[in-house]
Design a binder for this molecule. Structure first.
Ligand code: ADP
Ligand code: MG
Length: 248
């Protein structure tokens, strides 16, 4: 029962000074049959930072996110997420990552609220805590009024708002966001920031086909080319919130 998680993140957090890796990829490759979607990708992301993952259609962005989310196995290479080696330690990670993919992963015949209650149960969140979070998040995304309607009757943007609530109901340490603004109107984009936007201490991988938007809120950028290779990496785009990087 009291088997402890891999110590890397906890111990390093105590140590303080050094940036802790939330994600470390070494020569990660992924094939679909004959097709190579990711080629020997090296990448590192520190805790509390946002990585913008950019690239044209088919460059492997979603594939990478699905691997990080433990939904897809790497073909070769090393993948470490929050101190866990994938795919072997996937089971340790599931409660600590929040994944928002292309599909909203909602049951269409259930209401918005029922979907969230179900997801909270799957994560073992106690009932009253779950209710409080659900009301809070629905309020934030201005979905309280429609939360008891069936998802089947929602517009795509409304579905995306509920999908965002679903992705963070367990208050994950690491957010994996695949084009999170999809189908959202400007108001929806703005409202969603409180749950999935840049915030102090929040670690995110942000896939976007709108480079300017993503880069504006990123600490580092990795750009993939059409062949699934890292074409370009930029670090330290923002001053760290802790002020460790202040000049002088
Ligand atoms: P992106 O998200 O950057 O648009 P993807 O990761 O979705 O790219 O796809 C990368 C490549 O892998 C593409 O060539 C795509 O056709 C291929 N691919 C993705 N998913 C599958 C799959 N389930 N089966 C076969 N090929 C796939
Ligand atoms: Mg994609």
């Amino acid at each position: 029962m009291d088997e402890r998680p891999v110590a890397a993140t906890d111990d390093a957090a105590d140590a303080g000074a050094e940036a802790v890796s939330a994600i470390r990829l070494r020569r990660l490759s992924r094939e679909y049959g004959e097709r190579l979607a990711l080629r020997e990708v090296d990448l590192e992301l520190a805790e509390g930072e946002t990585l913008a993952l950019l690239g044209p259609n088919g460059s492997g962005k979603s594939t990478m996110l699905r691997i990080l989310a433990t939904l897809l196995r790497p073909t070769s290479g090393e993948v470490e997420v929050l101190g866990c080696q994938l795919p072997d330690e996937s089971w340790k990670l599931r409660g600590r990552i929040g994944y928002l993919g292309h599909e909203p992963l909602l049951y269409r015949d259930l209401t918005g609220r029922e979907n969230l209650v179900l997801q909270a149960r799957l994560h073992g969140i106690p009932g009253d805590e779950a209710s409080a979070r659900i009301e809070h998040d629905l309020e934030l995304l201005e979905m309280s009024r429609r939360a008891d309607d069936r998802v089947a009757g929602f517009s795509a943007g409304m579905r995306q708002r509920i999908a965002i609530c679903r992705a963070v109901i367990h208050r994950p340490t690491l957010l994996l966001l695949d084009e999170p603004d999809s189908n959202l109107d400007p108001e929806g984009r703005e409202l969603s920031r409180s749950l999935i936007g840049p915030a102090e201490g929040r670690t995110r991988v942000l896939v976007s086909h709108e480079p300017e938007r993503a880069i504006a809120e990123a600490d580092s950028v990795v750009r993939l080319d059409r062949a699934g290779r890292v074409e370009q990496t930029d670090h330290n785009l923002r001053q760290g919130p802790a002020g460790s990087g202040t000049p002088g």
